[in-house]
Design a protein around this ligand. Structure first.
Ligand SMILES: Nc1ncnc2c1ncn2[C@@H]1O[C@H](COP(=O)(O)OP(=O)(O)O)[C@@H](O)[C@H]1O
Ligand SMILES: Cc1ncc(COP(=O)(O)OP(=O)(O)O)c(N)n1
Length: 276
């Protein structure tokens, strides 16, 4: 039996809703063998981030070597990278192992406002990592910071996506959760350097959205690892996160995690209905 493999290079969320925990759960649900290179440990729950402990560049690179020299991977996702040294170290390994299906989730700020990427690192993200990205998946505030422009609505998002593509990312998926210009729907926008594609879903009224960005990018990475196109990967990721937000699980006192089982459970119901 051959199985698709995916590596996440990201921070740990002790609360289990975001970071490598969300990535691994998503890979598993999408039938992909998940592996990790940890960049930082965070003490985190639904109320916020209570401590950040970055690893050394050597520790991050050694973990990537351990995968590169043995198991290998079909796709890589990067999440919380925290500082410019880690970004440069990760970029070096992506090049060394010729890993090309790279999804860069430019994690910057957690929902509660904690800084997950130091200001000094934004330049390295732009100059060193973005040119290696098959896909970059910023939310609106992240896109504003990287592109250096204000975004108000879909037309601004398209202009900013063009700027991000000019920085070297082959595909830009600008997620729409923070774009409140449309109160009823959430549109995730894909720009492939030529055309724009819009992926819409109803906007859910919920505070349980911790880790939505990580989960969405991990689902894309899993689908790319299986050989799907970028458009197909966004379609599945959108369905995966929509199910995970809608079928809410009530955990914690603050911004709770999403439901990583929901997508597969819905698929099973569809299969049963079709008698398969
Ligand atoms: N309230 C919501 N209702 C439905 N989908 C949402 C909602 N908030 C976020 N999403 C979806 O979750 C994913 C992450 O979106 P976003 O909130 O923009 O990013 P981040 O979690 O990185 O801040 C996107 O696919 C987006 O469509
Ligand atoms: C360890 C870690 N990595 C990433 C995030 C940010 O996750 P995201 O999916 O953007 O969700 P929110 O934090 O915005 O809810 C994180 N919190 N921790």
């Amino acid at each position: 039996m051959t199985i698709a493999r995916a590596l996440t290079v990201a921070g740990s969320d002790s609360g289990g809703g975001a970071g490598i925990q969300a990535d691994l759960k998503t890979f598993q649900e999408l039938d992909v063998f998940g592996m990790t290179a940890l960049t930082a440990v965070t003490a985190q729950n639904t109320l916020g981030v209570h401590g950040i402990y970055p690893l050394t560049v050597e520790a991050v690179q050694k973990q990537m070597d351990a995968i590169g020299e043995d198991i290998g991977t079909d796709a890589v996702k990067t999440g919380m990278l925290f500082n410019s040294d880690i970004i440069r170290g990760v970029a070096e390994k992506l090049v060394q192992y010729k890993w090309e299906k790279v999804v860069v989730d430019p994690v910057m700020i957690a929902k509660g406002g904690s800084v997950l990427l130091l200001e000094e690192a934004v330049r390295a993200l732009r100059e060193v990592l973005m040119p290696l990205a098959l896909v970059i998946t910023p939310n609106v505030p992240e896109a504003e910071l990287i592109a250096g422009r204000t975004i108000r609505g879909l037309d601004d998002r398209k202009e900013a996506a063009r700027v991000l593509a000019d920085l070297g990312a082959k595909n830009v998926v600008m997620k729409g959760g923070h774009d409140e210009s449309n109160p009823n729907e959430v549109i995730d926008l894909l720009y492939d350097g030529r055309d724009f594609y819009e992926f819409s879903s109803p906007r859910q009224e919920t505070r349980h959205t911790h880790g939505t960005g990580c989960t969405f990018a991990a689902a894309m990475t899993a689908e790319l690892a299986k050989g799907r196109t970028v458009v197909q990967a966004v379609e599945v990721a959108k369905q995966f996160i929509q199910a995970a937000i809608e079928d809410t699980i009530q955990l914690g006192q603050g911004h709770g995690p999403t439901n990583h089982w929901a997508y597969q459970r819905r698929q099973a119901v569809v299969r049963q209905g079709a008698g398969r």
